[in-house]
Design a protein around this ligand. Structure first.
Ligand code: SF4
Ligand code: SF4
Length: 305
């Protein structure tokens, strides 16, 4: 299998685990949540995004295209060889490549200059996505190298990983922290709004909690994106609170929905453009959600932007 593509490495992150962290975003996700704000993470493959508001209509992209495609807007993926000639020719950065092929050595070279920040603040590296757990072979190797260099390691997951894969087991052994996102408890509703059933998510969460509780796995920290009228219903929150509390969790982080990524759907050619209108949760929504977790003996924290 080719190395996974990454769509960003962000430094100085303070919400993806303890201390100052560098977060590596891998491209590819098994879920299709209707509220997703990182649609560029869905496909594993590199994509070319077109930001129409920057386009000068100069035609240089079409001139550069060896396939003779009518650019910039008409870019059928079957005909495009992803040679990136159009991206390089565009003087306005209206066309941009999303997804970069990186080796383990490339990623390590970009992370090593940040080690002093990690040491000074108790930070480290967080694998994110998309779903980084889709690439256990690559990730377990990268995690082993980072661990050898004394780096604290976290991974954000939607829970859809293959826990039976030996590389996944190795990866989990290297992690210090697993930030485990849960969304919709009802399986049919999860299928409708996130694209798949949620049985593997619940099974993996249970397994990860048991490993943590027996001292054989990383610290697991549950999080829930608070999406008004989708994940924030009393029934959904109560069901998750009961499930998590039974597994021994006493804390959860609520991730308030924001709509910062809506425009990115317009940039990507094979993306549903219609989005449900979703408001940003307010303080009252957060208090109400927190009080539901409290009933089950859990404290809910709010993630800050
Ligand atoms: S990536 Fe290459 S083949 Fe694809 S549209 Fe751009 S120039 Fe044409
Ligand atoms: S090269 Fe860039 S600015 Fe010019 S037409 Fe193509 S996308 Fe627009």
């Amino acid at each position: 299998m080719d190395n996974p593509k990454i769509f960003s490495i962000q430094h100085f992150c303070i919400h993806d685990g303890p201390g100052i962290r560098s977060t590596v975003f891998f491209k590819g996700c098994p879920l299709r949540c209707v509220w997703c704000q990182n649609p560029e993470s869905w496909k594993k493959e590199m994509e070319i995004a077109f930001r129409a508001h920057r386009c000068l209509s100069c035609g240089q992209c079409a001139e550069a295209c060896p396939q003779g495609l009518k650019l910039p807007e008409n870019r059928p993926s079957e005909a495009c060889s992803l040679c990136l000639a159009c991206v390089q020719a565009c003087p306005a950065e209206a066309l941009i490549a999303m997804g970069e092929a990186c080796t383990e050595a490339d990623i390590l070279a970009r992370l090593r200059p940040e080690y002093p920040n990690f040491e000074a603040t108790g930070g480290g590296v967080t694998f994110s996505g998309g779903e980084a757990g889709m690439f256990p072979g690559f990730l377990s190797g990268l995690a082993a190298s980072l661990k050898k260099e004394g780096v604290h390691l976290a991974m954000e997951t939607c829970g859809m990983f293959d826990s039976k894969n030996p590389d996944t087991k190795t990866l989990l052994q290297h992690l210090d922290l697993l930030l485990f996102d849960v969304k919709i408890f009802d399986t049919d509703l999860h299928k409708r709004l996130c694209g798949t059933g949620n049985y593997p998510i619940k099974a993996n969460l249970r397994e990860a909690a048991e490993a943590m509780n027996s001292g054989k796995g990383p610290l697991v920290w549950p999080r829930l994106p608070l999406v008004p009228d989708i994940t924030d219903g009393e029934e959904n929150l109560s069901e998750w609170a009961e499930f998590l509390s039974d597994l021994g969790f006493r804390e959860i982080t609520l991730l308030p929905f924001h709509d910062h990524g809506n425009s990115k759907r317009l940039w990507l050619s094979e993306m549903p453009k219609s989005l449900p209108v979703i408001r940003t949760p307010d303080a009252e929504d957060l208090l109400r959600a927190g009080s539901i977790f409290e009933k089950y003996g859990m404290k809910a924290h709010e993630a800050l932007e």
